[in-house]
Design a protein around this ligand. Structure first.
Ligand SMILES: Cc1ncc(C[n+]2csc(CCOP(=O)(O)OP(=O)(O)O)c2C)c(N)n1
Ligand code: SF4
Ligand SMILES: [Mg+2]
Length: 297
């Protein structure tokens, strides 16, 4: 991580007042982002926030950083380009379960397998909030919505097993009411070199109130943590077993499921550039590209 140029304050980081409904879980995610970015002293000018479309994806409006509110489901390919072309920046992607697991699901697989260096927070409320209550890919069977008035009939995806299968190198799960835990997960994701995802249960108080009460002890639920000391944190098979346990015994486990290391796409591309420049009398990167395109004609 690059050295801070000045100590960042919350006042500097805040932008428009969030337009989310009262009590929406996304407020806590925003507060956590402010805390962690301040704590880590990331230089203000080095932060980029990218999002797709959805209530959660309005995030870039509420932070005073470089940012783009992009196309539904397409935040990851755009963020990949930013990360690869400006490896000095800290690239954050924010979005919802619909944006990330439905319309953007295939991009998620590819950004993960490429191990692009960025941090991705999925604010999963198990519903399409912005468009006012449709079934999402994580909506449980039986839940009624505008698209399933008699209750959802499709088996929901398991975000954790999908992320493990896709090749993401850092995968964590947290709950927006567990602020300390969420801060810790975000901090570890930011410090992870590679593709880091934090699946964050964030309640839609307007359309799906109480969805995550079973993970809130003061409401009679349990907040059961992953025991990292008893696990091989680099093992995809152990992470997959944990993901299955979470699917079959809600609310499941919270914490880091997988923390593994392999070269990032950023590092591999950079090495390719260094090798190519060594063979071409240190041609500038843009001239290398021009040469390549000319050869393809
Ligand atoms: C290509 C395209 N298809 C559909 C939509 C309509 N749309 C906007 S947001 C959204 C779903 C949002 O759900 P989610 O990503 O879970 O975010 P939330 O609002 O719940 O935070 C949909 C279907 C759109 N904007 N663009
Ligand atoms: S509709 Fe739901 S997700 Fe959207 S701002 Fe309101 S509470 Fe939050
Ligand atoms: Mg949603």
């Amino acid at each position: 991580m690059s050295a801070p140029t000045e100590k960042l304050t919350k006042k500097q980081l805040k932008a428009d007042h969030p337009t989310w409904c009262p009590g929406c879980g996304d407020f806590a995610v925003l507060a956590s982002f402010f805390n962690v970015v301040q704590k880590l002293g990331i230089p203000h000018e080095k932060i980029v926030c990218v999002a797709g479309i959805g209530c959660s994806s309005r995030f870039p409006y509420f932070v005073n950083t470089h940012g783009i509110h992009f196309i539904h489901g397409r935040a990851l390919p755009l963020a990949t380009g930013i990360s690869l072309s400006r490896p000095d920046l800290h690239v954050f992607v924010f979005g919802g379960d619909g944006d990330g697991y439905s319309i953007g699901g295939n991009h998620l697989n590819h950004a993960a397998r490429k191990n692009v260096n960025l941090s991705y927070v999925v604010m999963d409320n198990q519903v399409y909030g912005l468009t006012k209550n449709q079934t999402s890919p994580t909506t449980p069977i039986g839940r009624r919505s505008k698209t399933d008035p008699r209750g959802a009939i499709d088996v929901p995806i398991n975000p954790m097993s999908q992320l493990v299968a896709s090749g993401a190198t850092f995968i964590a799960r947290t709950h927006a009411v567990q602020v300390k835990h969420m801060n810790e997960m975000f901090e570890r994701a930011i410090l992870h070199p590679g593709f880091a995802v934090v699946e964050t249960l964030s309640e839609c108080t307007m359309f799906y109130p109480g969805a995550f009460d079973d993970g809130i002890p003061r409401k009679g639920g349990k907040f059961d943590l992953v025991d990292e000391s008893a696990r091989d944190m680099t093992s995809t098979s152990e992470a997959m077993a944990l993901a299955e346990e979470t699917e079959h015994a809600p609310p499941g486990k919270f914490g880091v499921y997988l923390e593994s290391h392999r070269p990032t796409k950023n590092e591999l591309e950079n090495q390719w550039l260094i090798d190519a420049q060594a063979k071409t009398a240190d041609l500038a990167q843009k001239d290398l590209l021009r040469k390549r395109f000319a050869a393809m004609r």
